[in-house]
Ligand binder design. Structure first.
Ligand SMILES: [Zn+2]
Length: 135
């Protein structure tokens, strides 16, 4: 399965092969999908490019949460007809909490794909992708 750059960021795929997963669980699992592989299960690329590499992801996490707050505030204003300020707070805070699994994964994926320093190399993909055709 071939993934584009954008879809491999959104689906948290490996930077080099775009096939291996960064995280062990789905974002809907009980551990909030935050368990990550240290190395790519397909091409064995080390995900933490240098010590503390993923701490830079908190800037992406901050930006994503600001976008969620702004959009949920605008949606509250338009769809609930400018309600009480407590409603704004409740809607915005609950949207951030509900989406924390996605924002934490996406921020790490953005950090890896934008600052990982490794380019896409299809030769690192596993060779058993033809299984999909033989079904
Ligand atoms: Zn890989």
């Amino acid at each position: 399965m071939m993934y584009s750059k954008i879809s491999s960021i959104i689906l948290c795929k490996c930077l080099r092969c775009r096939e291996g997963n960064m995280f062990t669980n789905s974002p809907f699992s009980i551990q909030f999908g935050r368990r990550a592989y240290t190395h790519c299960p397909v091409c064995n690329l080390k995900f933490e490019r240098e010590p503390g590499f993923f701490e830079g992801g908190m800037y992406f996490n901050y930006a994503l949460n600001v976008a969620i707050l702004a959009n949920s505030g605008l949606a509250t204003y338009y769809f609930l007809n400018d309600p009480n300020p407590y409603v704004y707070f409740g809607v915005s805070a609950s949207m951030v909490v509900l989406l924390v699994s996605f924002t934490s994964r996406l921020s790490k994926s953005l950090m890896l794909h934008l600052f990982g320093g490794v380019s896409y190399a299809p030769e690192f993909q596993s060779k058993n992708t033809k299984k999909e055709i033989n079904i």
